[in-house]
Write a new protein. Structure first.
Length: 197
């Protein structure tokens, strides 16, 4: 399995991205070597795609599959793509505050700590549906790691499309997120333009 080992702050600098969108509270004091340089239209489109891939931790082939699926769905392709990415199980675990970062959420899912509707799911890309109940499994609720994470993420705002009971490590997806509810700084129209060439 391919793993992205690029240092997070370095990648954020090159993509002109604030690390807080990834769950990191560190800041880089350096500036990108390309800062201030004019970018071509293709360069801007490519950067938006790389931004979306980096934020959600998706590699090129699965990302292309998400795009193809978004294109076949009703509505706007760009919005559909963002909603599909937001519905990934690892992202929903991150949004509920059960993990500090999406990378950590992915690991928690991988290690079989999460149940969906009472069934253990260890596939980070699993697509959550409206009405699904996501919970940290009973045996894992007493692990100190989850208690520590709960304290750190307590102040984080939970999106309105999710209901969370942080004390019991349980949450419900009320509905699919709308594009307005997704606070990710990505211009999905540039991604659509890139793929439709």
């Amino acid at each position: 399995m391919a793993v992205n080992r690029v240092p997070v702050l370095k990648r954020c600098r090159s993509l002109d991205l604030d690390p807080t969108f990834l769950g990191y509270d560190k800041k880089s004091k350096r500036t990108s070597a390309r800062a201030g340089k004019k970018m071509s239209e293709y360069g801007l489109q490519l950067r938006e795609k790389q931004k979306a891939k980096f934020i959600y931790g998706v590699l090129e082939k699965p990302f292309r599959n998400y795009y193809d699926r978004a294109e076949r769905m009703e509505g706007q392709t760009g919005e559909n793509l963002m909603i599909l990415l937001e519905r990934r199980l690892d992202n929903v675990v991150f949004r509920m505050g059960f993990a500090r970062t999406r990378r950590e959420a992915r690991q928690i899912v991988d290690h079989k700590h999460i149940t969906v509707n009472g069934k253990i799911i260890n596939i980070p890309s699993y697509q959550i549906k409206a009405g699904d109940v996501i919970e940290v499994k009973e045996a894992s609720k007493n692990i100190q790691r989850f208690k520590d994470v709960a304290e750190i993420t307590a102040a984080r705002l939970t999106p309105e499309w999710i209901d969370v009971d942080k004390e019991n490590f349980k949450g419900t997806v009320k509905e699919f997120p709308s594009r307005d509810a997704i606070d990710v700084p990505v211009d999905e129209m540039l991604i659509v333009e890139l793929y439709s060439k």
